[in-house]
Design a binder for this molecule. Structure first.
Ligand code: AMP
Length: 213
């Protein structure tokens, strides 16, 4: 299973990737998570990425491409992987295709999650994430049992710095300009599948599972 989850911020890629990881035991590779970890650890990469991320802009292609190249050759990726948030530009997609070709591999399925802008704004502005396990909550549709505390692992919840109205607007704009051309790219490769990303997490997951199996 070599899978790409495509879709705007707030489309549910991260949530679905986690569920797929649990069910199929394939690693979720989220460039956003890798970058956030680097910021937390105060690495040079983290310092470089932080400003761009907080402005809702994309981190340089060379950086994320090299992160992915290093990650997909790791042992746990032998049976496949779930890419969540990568690729985000045509250049990234081309470099991924090239890297996989060199390994005699290819992407099996690309799932594009379609969600209305109104719904995305609603989801992102009310979203909180667990600092321990990465579980996600929403102030209205999926509140934690105890405010500010993760139901699953008991760690503290936080709101991502880029989940504020102004930055969200920028992220959606960047998505439209830089990432939507990937639909055409993968359509041409013949492996694009589209999912209406509204509905319950479980409903969407059932559709996702049908697409990957
Ligand atoms: P995400 O967690 O996927 O929403 O990503 C959060 C932020 O990390 C994005 O807004 C970008 O600034 C950066 N980022 C994550 N993945 C990529 C990527 N593939 N290319 C460029 N920037 C990325």
């Amino acid at each position: 299973m070599r899978l790409i989850l495509l879709g705007p911020p707030g489309a549910g890629k991260g949530t679905q990737a986690k569920m797929l990881n649990k069910k199929f035991d394939r690693p979720q590779i989220s460039t956003g998570n890798i970058l956030r970890k680097s910021i937390q650890e105060g690495t040079e990469l983290g310092c470089q990425a932080k400003v761009l991320m907080n402005e809702g802009k994309l981190v340089q292609d060379e950086i994320v491409i090299s992160l992915i190249r290093e990650r997909i050759v790791e042992e746990d990726c032998r049976g496949g992987f779930i890419l969540d948030g990568f690729p985000r530009t045509i250049n990234q997609a081309e470099k991924l295709t090239e890297t996989l070709n060199n390994m005699n591999l290819s992407i099996d399925t690309v799932i594009d999650f379609e969600v209305s802008t109104e719904e995305l704004l609603h989801r992102l502005t009310g979203r909180s994430t667990c600092s321990g396990c990465g579980a996600m909550f929403h102030i209205a549709s999926c509140p934690p049992l105890k405010e500010g505390i993760c139901d699953s692992c008991g760690e503290a919840l936080y709101q991502r710095e880029d989940d504020n109205k102004e930055t969200i607007k920028k992220r959606l704009e960047v998505y439209e300009n830089e990432t939507t051309p990937l639909r055409e790219y993968y359509k041409k490769q013949g492996n694009l599948k589209i999912i209406q990303g509204s509905g319950s997490v479980e409903e969407i997951f059932s559709k996702v599972c049908l697409m990957v199996s």
